[in-house]
Design a protein around this ligand. Structure first.
Ligand SMILES: NC(=O)c1ccc[n+]([C@@H]2O[C@H](COP(=O)([O-])OP(=O)(O)OC[C@H]3O[C@@H](n4cnc5c(N)ncnc54)[C@H](O)[C@@H]3O)[C@@H](O)[C@H]2O)c1
Length: 363
């Protein structure tokens, strides 16, 4: 199976959260594929941001608005008349969710309901993908990967808000876009659960790689909280290609694909935090040292892996870059950034390289 490069040409795609880290990569990817891209989000959540550094608003149509504002959201979608919707706007940080739980729930849960409600009222839409997270599962701290049919949960407000977003998606699908009535409504709705994403252009607080890059740029030793926590690390292009392959199937084949999907790395790429830090230090050319942050920390999961057999079997999606290659691309991207190189160019070069490898290994 090859990546459906030609499918997106001239398709109208509405992305929420386009000013964020993943949203910015997705805008550049879709722009490259010839799609008409429309984004709806608040201003970029960080300074600097990939969105501003790569001047993404010059390549797509950007609408700045709050996902909690149903009226504005509906007006915007009605005006655009998109065919495909990818919902990524969220408060995406666990530790921020401990500080601001209500805002996290309002954005992540009511925001999802608003998006689906607005989509329900605009008949041009054929495919909707809601982006949640690997953290939406009830975490049993076991060694096996979670499958899509396992119980939802979430210990902290962020994780549980994303589990709620999954439930809202399922309820809207059952109630307003029922698979049995697909010939009448013509809308297929899915959700996508991906792991810890890395890539150039992420400046979020309290994420390992952005924290590492900040420490390097300030000549400080990196402080880490939980060196033995294992996460499903993957380059940002991995889930983005998964979301687009899923969107294509929802559009072309409808309700058979209207369910939840995991997109994570292969098992041997689920590494602990210490391994990631040592490897990225080596790639950067630094001594692999860190200091432990021993201050009291809110609860975070220690062990989290996804079982992606379904995406591999039914979508033909597979991880392309192993963790070593993903970290190498992050280092190259950041070195280029510090050297003042053109950020849109370097990001697009990495997109091209990724897609080329994707097609080579899937031939
Ligand atoms: N980055 C990861 O490792 C990761 C892992 C799993 C899932 N996700 C999910 O992927 C999506 C994108 O994550 P990201 O890392 O790009 O986050 P990000 O913080 O970089 O971007 C979030 C986006 O949401 C927008 N947003 C936030 N609150 C909003 C509101 N009230 N109204 C409208 N827009 C709002 C921001 O403006 C921004 O465009 C999120 O849904 C996140 O939960 C991310």
């Amino acid at each position: 199976m090859t990546f459906p490069i030609n499918f997106f040409k001239n398709k109208k795609i509405f992305i929420t959260g386009h000013t964020g880290f993943k949203g910015s990569w997705l805008c550049l990817l879709l722009h490259k594929l010839g799609a008409e891209v429309y984004g709806y989000a608040l201003n970029p959540p960080t300074k600097p941001s990939l969105y501003e550094e790569a001047k993404i608003d010059t390549y797509i149509s950007s609408y700045i608005g709050d996902i909690r504002d149903l009226e504005k959201l509906e007006r915007t979608i009605r005006h655009i008349q998109p065919e495909i919707v990818i919902h990524m706007a969220a408060q995406p940080l666990v530790r921020e969710s401990y500080k601001n739980p209500i805002e996290t729930y309002q954005t992540n849960v009511i925001g999802t309901a608003n998006l689906l409600e607005a989509c329900r009222r605009v008949p041009s839409i054929k495919a909707i993908v809601n982006i949640t997270t690997d953290k939406c599962y009830e975490n049993k701290e076991w060694i096996w990967g979670y499958r899509e049919n396992e119980p939802l949960g979430g210990y902290d407000p962020y994780s549980s808000s994303k589990a709620c977003s999954e439930l809202v998606t399922a309820a809207y699908r059952n109630s307003f876009f029922p698979p049995g009535d697909y010939p009448k409504h013509g809308v297929a709705v899915a959700s996508a659960r991906a792991g810890n994403v890395i890539g150039g252009g992420d400046w979020a607080e309290d994420r390992l790689i952005p924290d590492f890059i900040k420490s390097i740029s300030q000549n400080k030793q990196i402080k880490i909280r939980n060196p033995y926590a294992i996460r499903p690390w993957q380059h940002v292009m991995e889930p983005l290609t998964g979301y687009l392959m899923l969107a294509e199937k929802l559009y072309s084949q409808g309700v058979d694909f209207g369910e939840a999907w995991n997109f994570g790395p292969d098992d041997n790429d689920a590494k602990n935090v210490e391994w990631i830090i040592k490897t990225i230090c080596n790639l950067w050319g630094n001594d692999p040292t860190y200091i432990l942050d021993t201050t009291e920390q809110p609860h975070e999961a220690n062990y989290l892996k996804l079982d992606c057999s379904k995406a591999k079997t039914k979508l033909g999606w597979h991880p392309v870059w192993n963790i070593q290659k993903a970290l190498q691309s992050v280092v190259e991207w950041n070195k280029a950034y510090f050297n003042g190189e053109n950020i849109k160019d370097i990001t697009e070069q990495q997109i091209d390289e990724y897609l080329q490898t994707f097609n080579e290994i899937n031939q």
